[in-house]
Design a protein around this ligand. Structure first.
Ligand SMILES: NC(=O)c1ccc[n+]([C@@H]2O[C@H](COP(=O)([O-])OP(=O)(O)OC[C@H]3O[C@@H](n4cnc5c(N)ncnc54)[C@H](OP(=O)(O)O)[C@@H]3O)[C@@H](O)[C@H]2O)c1
Length: 223
């Protein structure tokens, strides 16, 4: 049976680069995000290079818990090898003025969806050799950035949950492994979303930053 790598947030940035990196390793892919046009164009790009691969696209808003659960149910039709919880967003804001709507969405995506998918994947793949769960945290998941407290707090959760899970799996003699990727500044759409702009300039905004392709290489090293 063909096995698949799942990448959430595959329509741009790190997730897109990770999908391409796994395709270059001849992995079949299940690509998840909201923007269907982006996922279709990624699928076309990958199939041009690797026509033998199976690429499945699932458009889903992962802030919706019910949609996450039914999406996971749909994926029971596939044998999975690696699940990468990469979808996430940040916001530079003071808690006093940050909109409750964006706080809730951040918790739903960065924390809730990641926890649901991780937990369901652990139940189903605990004893399956060669399987891996990779959760994307942030350097802000280890050091609070004072201008993005809510975001960093969600990423502290991702780091703590995944590290705790990793220890538990090893202690229990599970075949599944859980790992954290904690990116530093990386040139993606992240800063546009986090600053609510359309043209964030990484060259002037950061002294040093990575490309999405750098981050995909780090993730492959982690695998
Ligand atoms: N870039 C950085 O400097 C940096 C640093 C540390 C950590 N990270 C983390 O890296 C991960 C990837 O971010 P990125 O930098 O690649 O940013 P990005 O270019 O903005 O990509 C974010 C991805 O998440 C998806 N997404 C956002 N909201 C979603 C929703 N409600 N439902 C489903 N998918 C959703 C987006 O797809 P759609 O909009 O099509 O849904 C997109 O594919 C995030 O977890 C982020 O926190 C990034």
């Amino acid at each position: 049976m063909n096995s698949y790598t799942v990448v959430t947030g595959a329509s741009s940035g790190i997730g897109r680069a990770v999908a391409i990196a796994f395709a270059n390793r001849q992995k079949n892919l299940i690509l998840i995000a909201r923007r269907e046009d982006r996922l279709l164009s990624l699928k076309e790009d990958i199939l041009t290079q690797h026509p033998q691969l199976n690429i499945i696209i699932k458009c889903c808003d992962l802030t919706d818990q019910k949609k996450c659960l039914s999406l996971y149910q749909e994926l029971s039709a596939y044998s999975l090898e690696t699940w990468i919880n990469n979808a996430g967003f940040g916001q530079y804001a003071n808690i006093a003025t940050q909109s409750l709507e964006s706080i809730i969405q951040m918790l739903q995506l960065n924390v809730e969806a990641l926890t649901l998918f991780s937990s369901l994947f652990v139940r189903d793949y605990h004893d399956v050799p060669g399987t891996q769960l990779i959760n994307v945290s942030s350097s802000g998941g280890y050091t609070i950035v004072p201008t993005a407290v809510t975001y960093c707090a969600t990423k502290f959760y991702v780091s703590a949950f995944t590290e705790g899970l990793s220890h538990q799996l090893i202690k229990d003699g599970a075949a599944l492994r859980a790992k954290v990727l904690a990116p530093n500044a990386t040139e993606t759409e992240f800063a546009n979303v986090a600053n609510d702009v359309t043209d964030f300039n990484y060259k002037t905004g950061f002294n040093r930053y990575h490309t999405s392709e750098d981050m995909a290489t780090f993730l492959l090293a982690l695998v």
